[in-house]
Design a protein around this ligand. Structure first.
Ligand SMILES: [Zn+2]
Length: 505
């Protein structure tokens, strides 16, 4: 079996850890000037190079052919052993997650008292997941950190430095702390390109971009994902192959959904979501991908350039520049964010996605809180008629709420935006209670989401128990869901009625 890319291409010098140059340059300089500290704390998210830097530091300290600038040679026996993480007398790696107790720490303390194996060598203890150490274990280590034996170095690596601050604040003052940063998609893409060139694998830039975005700041994850993609097939790495390997939703599906929402074809949401479910899409992955597309569309609206998507998707989004206002896109992104805390735990993910998308598709048909507030604020200015609200005015200037003067909103809509439906006046539900959130928003709290999902579930279950009912068709099920939706969300119900949407087939 071939060596995993993340291992094979683990950096061997400080210069190779380029992304974390603010840390690696400092460490290299300390070695060159022989001003190495006794204890280091490397903090940062997973997969950004903490253990790698600790190993390079240990290599540099013990290298037989160390360079004047502090870089290890990367090739001598000492370097090779340390780099591969194989057992060594002088470089000891400890996983604090499984050696977290006071006895382990005492054992470590006693072992640290033994001198390194040679006069010119250093003993380096690399403690991973250091936040897992108990308070007692830290206390046992504190002594040795206060009076360190000569040429003994501790490097602690952690993803959660705040936990160390809680359990072992006095230790922190004995350590030099470095914060490693998340690795951005551009840096990851560059590194992947280098690695794949060395592996003689050609890859499209879209494919690399997708992997980089999926890796979410972790170089190790990016390389593991690349391994995964390479393993399913042969030939060049294409966007299609990455999508298949990582279970990503094709970008054109997202674009199609944008079109559905933009033209308020709410009824098509159900068939689209059903198709995705049939294709085995993970709805969590779906939401993350959809949020990325909305974010990219927002960057198109604000700056004219799509950010963080493939070139094909960027072109599609640019064509839809006037489909949504920045405000609409922000609302949709917040709606996804609001759903996130409850979503993973929910047993009704498909339903939640459907509700979310239907709400988005009906976005413009319901009352927008900010308009209403603007209207209330301008109520005193009775001399200003609510003109210039073409397109969206049908809803906002409905006679039911006279103070509406939607001037700001109409400015946000370019005249060549997709024409809105000539909507009949919608009953302005939220006008009655201006302090309540707008109707289109997702259920605002976890409790509310759970409650509405539970309610829906109960309704479905009671139907299921009804022995007289005919066999449940997908249409009937849909109708029932909508019925509950209407009940829970009068604004939505009103909008459906008003538009006479063909949701019920
Ligand atoms: Zn060496």
């Amino acid at each position: 079996m071939s060596l995993a890319l993340a291992r094979k291409y683990r950096p061997k010098t400080f210069a190779d850890v380029a992304v974390q140059s603010h840390v690696s340059n400092t460490l290299r300089g300390a070695i060159a000037r022989q001003r190495v500290a006794h204890g280091y704390l490397l903090c940062g998210p997973r997969g950004v190079g903490k253990t790698t830097l600790a190993r390079v530091l240990a290599m540099a300290l013990n290298c037989e052919r160390k360079r004047d600038d502090g870089e290890p040679c990367g090739e001598c026996t000492s370097c090779t052993r340390t780099w591969s993480g194989s057992s060594s007398l002088d470089v000891i790696e400890i996983d604090a997650a499984s050696n977290r107790g006071v006895d382990d720490a005492r054992d470590l303390r006693e072992r640290a008292m033994y001198a390194p194996s040679g006069d010119d060598r250093y003993k380096v203890y690399i403690v991973d997941e250091a936040h897992m150490l108990t308070r007692e274990a830290w206390n046992a280590l504190l002594k040795i950190l206060e009076e360190p034996p000569p040429r003994v170095i501790f490097v602690f690596a952690t993803t959660e430095p705040q936990k160390i601050a809680q359990t072992a604040a006095p230790v922190l003052s004995r350590l030099q702390r470095f914060d490693l940063k998340r690795i951005g998609p551009a840096d990851i893409t560059r590194r992947l390109a280098t690695v794949l060139a060395a592996e003689d694998v050609t890859a499209s830039s879209d494919a690399l971009g997708m992997i980089a975005r999926a890796a979410d700041g972790s170089m190790r994850d990016a390389l593991s994902l690349t391994d995964q993609v390479i393993s399913i097939g042969t030939g060049p790495l294409t966007a299609e192959r990455v999508r298949e390997a990582l279970g990503l939703v094709p970008e054109d599906e997202f674009i199609a959904i944008l079109d559905i929402i933009g033209s308020h074809r709410a009824g098509e949401i159900f068939t689209t979501v059903n198709r995705l479910a049939d294709a085995g899409v993970d709805f969590g992955v779906f939401l993350a991908g959809f949020a990325d597309i909305l974010r990219a569309q927002l960057t198109v609206v604000l700056s004219g350039k799509a950010d963080g998507v493939s070139t094909t998707a960027a072109a599609s989004l640019a064509e839809r520049k006037n489909l949504f206002s920045a405000g609409d896109l922000l609302r949709m992104i917040s709606a996804i964010n609001a759903l996130e805390p409850t979503f993973r735990k929910s047993g009704q993910q498909q339903l939640l996605v459907e509700m979310l998308l239907v709400r988005m598709a009906l976005l413009d048909k319901t009352v927008l809180l900010e308009d209403m507030l603007a209207g209330l604020g301008n109520a005193a200015d009775a001399s200003a008629p609510s003109g210039g609200s073409a397109g969206v005015g049908a809803v906002r200037s409905a006679p039911a709420y006279p103070p509406a003067t939607p001037v700001a909103r109409s400015a946000a809509r370019p005249p060549n935006a997709t024409p809105r439906h000539p909507a009949p006046p919608v009953r302005p539900i939220s006008v009655a209670a201006p302090s309540s959130p707008p109707d289109w928003a997702p259920a605002p709290t976890q409790a509310a989401t759970d409650a509405s999902v539970q309610e829906m579930k109960r309704a479905m279950e009671s139907t299921a128990r009804d022995t007289n009912r005919s066999r449940m068709t997908p249409e009937a099920l849909r109708e029932e869901r909508l019925g509950v939706l209407r009940q829970k969300d009068p604004g939505l119900g009103a909008a459906i009625d008003a538009l006479d949407l063909e949701l019920l087939d």
